[in-house]
Design a protein around this ligand. Structure first.
Ligand SMILES: Cc1cc2nc3c(=O)[nH]c(=O)nc-3n(C[C@H](O)[C@H](O)[C@H](O)COP(=O)(O)OP(=O)(O)OC[C@H]3O[C@@H](n4cnc5c(N)ncnc54)[C@H](O)[C@@H]3O)c2cc1C
Length: 302
């Protein structure tokens, strides 16, 4: 109850405090910060996916700036030879403005990445964009851009069917719970139901590994992690056939253990000036973190 109240208070919190807590989820304001994190994790044998913070852009000019910033990430990955790939937020590329315009922006990035021998992935945002994002992905695949992956959210009731509908592409799918608040008509709302759908969806992707599907297993949930580990072991999947993915600043010890146990692990590394939306979503997800902000605001336990 108190946690729910705290979550509602997040928009009222001073930005400086949100930054003080939210910065644990963000590499920093500049690409150099993302490079630094990538190199540090590379030393342990891991990789990253780099995201330029920004979303729900409402002007074409701004979307072009976002595209150019992402293009610079691809150049940087190549120049610094980083074990990394670009994650793309479709609304930062203009999906909320004009579908064709966004498609051209994303295509430019995917084509650039392909030319440089890199993969990239389209993140999934809230449900008004699910169909448009999947259409974008399908169109790119149909045009031969097999270096692009997608994200699907176990929270949405449609996701199992969505996976079935793209299996023909030998898809690289990041399967996650989904971070956006969605209406109960289209989404599971209980934690157990989301978890069980996540497992069902992962199982479906894993069954299709022999046909070329590739799961990016995105979770910090212990039950889900153990389910995935068992699935991998029972089926004898090789480390090249899947990867675990975690967010920067979350369950780092567990993440490093997965790495030590011989799995491929990728950290999601966001950077940029537009950190507010990303940070507050992470706080809403974990009210314990919001509690730190609350305590700081009122000088409790400091
Ligand atoms: C690599 C990656 C990419 C993602 N991309 C997308 C995307 O494109 N679209 C989308 O909707 N969602 C995305 N997500 C977010 C995802 O949907 C979930 O919201 C998020 O991963 C939390 O779900 P969980 O499975 O870790 O379970 P949870 O039950 O939320 O978390 C399990 C445990 O992890 C720890 N934990 C989780 N979150 C935090 C936190 N913020 N701070 C501290 N501890 C925490 C806690 O110990 C918690 O008990 C992504 C997640 C990852 C890992």
């Amino acid at each position: 109850m108190f946690n729910q109240l705290l979550v509602k208070m997040i928009p009222l919190m001073p930005k400086s405090l949100v930054w003080a807590v939210g910065k644990r989820y963000i590499a920093g304001l500049k690409i150099e910060d993302a490079v630094k994190y990538t190199k540090a994790f590379q030393e342990l044998g891991g990789g990253t996916t780099i995201d330029v913070l920004g979303e729900f852009v409402s002007e074409k000019e701004r979307a072009i700036k976002e595209r150019d910033a992402s293009s610079f990430v691809i150049d940087t990955i190549a120049r610094e030879q980083l074990p990394s790939y670009l994650s793309i937020k479709p609304t930062a590329q203009g999906l909320g403005i004009d579908t064709e315009f966004a498609y051209e922006n994303v295509k430019m990035l995917v084509a650039q990445a392909k030319k440089m021998g890199q993969r990239c992935r389209i993140d999934m945002e809230d449900s008004p964009y699910t169909d448009k994002t999947l259409d974008l992905y399908r169109k790119l695949q149909d045009e031969g851009y097999d270096n692009v992956g997608i994200v699907l959210q176990a929270k949405l009731k449609r996701t199992y069917t969505d996976i079935q509908s793209i299996l023909k592409y030998k898809p690289n799918i990041r399967i996650c719970k989904g971070i956006y608040i969605e209406p109960a008509e289209i989404a599971y709302t209980k934690k157990e139901d989301i978890r069980s759908n996540w497992m069902k969806c992962l199982q479906l992707i894993a069954e299709n590994i022999p046909n070329g599907a590739y799961p990016a297993i995105a979770t910090h949930d212990e039950e889900q992690l153990q389910f995935a580990e068992k699935l991998i072991k029972d089926n004898g999947f090789k480390k090249e056939q899947y990867q675990f993915e975690m967010l920067l600043g979350v369950r780092e010890e567990r993440r490093n253990r997965l790495l030590k146990e011989g799995h491929n692990v990728t950290i999601y590394v966001p950077f940029g000036e537009d950190w507010y939306g990303y940070s507050t979503r992470r706080m809403k997800e974990n009210p314990e973190v919001a509690m730190h902000v609350f305590k700081a605001m009122f000088g409790i336990g400091q």
